[in-house]
Design a protein around this ligand. Structure first.
Ligand code: ADP
Ligand code: MG
Length: 700
């Protein structure tokens, strides 16, 4: 399909090959279509003028009116700049130009009225404006007659090459003019009518040059809806395809493997665990192939549910595997599962990167002849040589660390695809779960086993470390163990963060032998060393575990009651919450201590305060989404469609997302393969979006 949308940007006036290359490099836009789908990140109300006296840096971009009272050139060479004072009679602000000084000197006069449009910032404790756009009052407005002016993402490099807001604005106007009458609709007319959306052409015009606030809102709604709708349509279509084309292995029987473990449990399952197990049983007994996400806060008992499901699969004559993201965790799963299944006939093996060759051979043999029921391991499980006789159930722990293709490779280890259960302890806000895992069914464990006391969280700064050490000593005296976690090992030199090696020395000095024993674990150790150190801590032979965030995921040492997180400002909210989840697993009161520097950014302070106030993983995840935006969350390319949202915001557009999902479900219920005439636009657009991803992955 070749149309005006595909026109290379260099054919717009003022662009040319050099700027086109720059736009491609900096913003990834090559065509007029790319340009028009680069949506503004903000709008300024250009009908409003600020008084200079009311300006402050939080205002961002503003418009002021007045005249220059003085102008002078200072400095030499690259430091050369033109400084001017701009006044509206009541207040005064400094205006600075580093480039185009000659032009400014030639065109701009003192004492004449101008309108300045720019960003207020602070320099040397006073306000200034660097490189504002300067216009004659009552001159022609930038483009169109809109009072709402769009702002586009820019970069330093672009600005240095004359690609500023004004340039963008002009380019958009030209692109829109070129496209006039040629913008093809991307949603079926039935949907546009029933949802009362505006047309694509009108939406594009108004997103860039809003005629008024109402039309701007409508344009945003239309484009956001479209974006979310296609993601849902894609995910749900894939899901229905999967359900209709695949026959699931039926797991109906409950037998000795399950009973042996279940009846020996020293506790009863929580209601949330029972519910999750029931949902899994429903899927796996139905003849459908299960693809389910098991979500629950750290320590909520997901692994228990997964194990019981695995045992049912074994009772039905199938093999199972459980994949963990780290070797430490795989070992720990293996150890606890071996204990839980002891005394019965369930056979369990462990495969990691460091499993010896001879051992591997035995494992592969036992897998192939079916005598090994459950294989626990790391990434090593997806290797080619790992061949099961009859794989029926796959558990993936902490899946946000695994790519989709890795999931797919596990699938292919059996002729009929096995049931898949993905566990994640990163609570994902509902809107995000719907988008990321829209093709999975979700079970939530929203209840902790009884008898756990919530972890107490405290914030200290570095100068209070001796107090913290004192507290650690008290806890150790009562028989407890302590984690001390550092963000990174060998932080780049210019950053003044505590690194692990230094920290380890510090801790060893404050907690000397023979009274105290300390383990150290970090990402650069050999896996045997890691396991050795870890085991000493698990077995209670060491009091303190000094570690990088490798321990983040899943380690279970109920006797550990204190988690000290150094440079806590360096971690994200969810990560801090995960780390905190390492303690509070036994009956004793546990503590999490966030250590930070004295000076904190507003964001970092907010994060720590929120954590000290809440233990609820979902609440924290919602807040995290709002603070950071979804971009940072891992695994955001779940569907085939590229996942960088261009306009919708998962933190804010939850309702629209629900609508998009509901609409996609309705469409597919009528026409699951999108073969009907009225849906041809949908089929074509999905195909185009998929192609975009492929092209993109080829160049990146
Ligand atoms: P998760 O995988 O969600 O982090 P686990 O399944 O590892 O949680 O369980 C954490 C700890 O709680 C384990 O020591 C486990 O034996 C224990 N546990 C699991 N379910 C229960 C329950 N219903 N009652 C008491 N303890 C439980
Ligand atoms: Mg776990």
């Amino acid at each position: 399909m070749s149309n005006a949308f595909d026109t290379n940007l260099q054919f717009l006036s003022g662009v040319g090959p050099r700027r086109a290359l720059l736009l491609e490099k900096e913003l990834g836009m090559g065509t007029v279509g790319d340009l028009l789908s680069c949506y503004p990140f903000r709008y300024i109300d250009r009908s409003r003028f600020y008084a200079i006296r009311e300006l402050h840096p939080d205002l961002g971009y503003v418009q002021i009116r007045g005249h220059f009272s003085s102008m002078s050139v200072q400095g030499q060479g690259p430091k050369k700049r033109l400084t001017a004072l701009f006044t509206d009679g009541l207040g005064e602000i400094e205006v600075v130009f580093f480039q185009g000084i000659k032009w400014v000197q030639a065109k701009i006069m003192t004492g004449v009225e101008y309108v300045l449009f720019g960003k207020v910032s602070v320099f040397n404790q006073s306000l200034n404006m660097v490189h504002p756009e300067v216009e004659q009052p009552f001159g022609a407005p930038l483009h169109g007659t809109a009072s709402m002016q769009a702002l586009y993402p820019g970069t330093e490099k672009l600005r240095n090459n004359g690609i500023n807001q004004k340039f963008f604005s002009r380019l958009m106007a030209e692109a829109l003019a070129k496209m006039k009458g040629q913008v093809s609709e991307t949603l079926p007319s039935g949907l546009i009518q029933s949802l009362k959306l505006i047309s694509k052409a009108e939406a594009l015009a108004n997103i860039h040059f809003p005629a008024n606030k109402v039309l701007l809102a409508k344009a945003q709604q239309r484009l956001k809806f479209e974006e979310l709708f296609y993601i849902q349509l894609d995910l749900l279509k894939q899901k229905s395809l999967r359900l209709s084309s695949l026959r699931g292995l039926r797991l109906v029987k409950i037998g000795e493997h399950f009973n042996n473990c279940y009846h020996k449990l020293p506790f009863s399952l929580t209601n949330a665990q029972k519910r999750a197990l029931k949902e899994i049983r429903q899927d796996t007994g139905s003849g459908k192939q299960m693809n389910r996400l098991l979500q629950g806060d750290v320590g909520s008992g997901k692994t228990m549910v997964a194990l019981l499901s695995v045992l049912i699969a074994i009772d039905n004559g199938f093999q199972a595997c459980m994949m963990a993201p780290t070797e430490i965790l795989a070992r720990q799963h293996f150890a606890s599962i071996s204990k839980l299944t002891a005394g019965g006939s369930t056979t369990v093996g462990l495969l990691t990167g460091s499993t010896k060759r001879s051992e591997r051979k035995k494992l592969f043999q036992a897998l192939a002849d079916g005598s090994l029921h459950l294989l626990v391991g790391t990434h090593a499980l997806i290797e080619e040589q790992v061949q099961f006789a009859n794989l029926g159930f796959v558990v993936i722990d902490e899946q946000h660390r695994f790519g989709v293709d890795q999931r797919a490779r596990l699938w292919s280890k059996n002729q009929a695809p096995p049931h898949i259960l993905v566990m994640t302890a990163t609570p994902i806000p509902r809107t995000l779960a719907m988008t990321l895992y829209g093709d999975l069914d979700v079970s939530v464990i929203d209840e902790l086993p009884p008898g756990r006391q919530p972890v107490k969280s405290l914030h200290f700064n570095d100068s209070q470390r001796l107090r913290v050490f004192g507290f650690m000593k008290e806890q150790i005296k009562t028989g407890r163990q302590v984690y001390v976690v550092y963000p990174l090992i060998k932080e780049s030199e210019k950053m003044d963060y505590q690194n692990l090696e230094e920290g380890y020395e510090h801790v060893s000095r404050a907690f000397p032998l023979p009274d105290y024993f300390t383990s150290v674990v970090h990402g650069q150790q050999k896996s045997e060393d890691k396991a050795f150190e870890m085991n000493r801590f698990i077995e209670g032979k060491t009091h303190i575990m000094v570690a990088t965030s490798v321990i983040e995921v899943g380690v279970d040492v109920p006797n550990a009651s204190v988690m000290v997180i150094e440079s806590a400002e360096r971690f994200g909210l969810s990560q801090l919450h995960q780390l905190r989840g390492r303690v509070g697993r036994g009956a004793a009161q546990s503590y999490c201590i966030f250590m930070t520097g004295h000076k904190l950014t507003k964001e970092a302070r907010q994060r720590i305060e929120l954590l000290c106030a809440s233990n609820d993983g979902f609440e924290i995840a919602e807040a995290d989404l709002k603070l950071r935006g979804p971009g940072d969350l891992e695994g955001t390319r779940q569907s085939g469609i590229a996942f960088e949202l261009k306009i919708a915001d998962l933190a804010k557009d939850g309702q629209l997302l629900e609508l998009a999902r509901k609409t996609a479900i309705q469409v597919l219920a009528q026409d699951s393969l999108l073969q009907q005439a009225q849906n041809s636009i949908l089929a074509a657009e999905l195909q185009r979006l998929h192609k975009e991803v492929t092209d993109y992955s080829r160049i990146s």
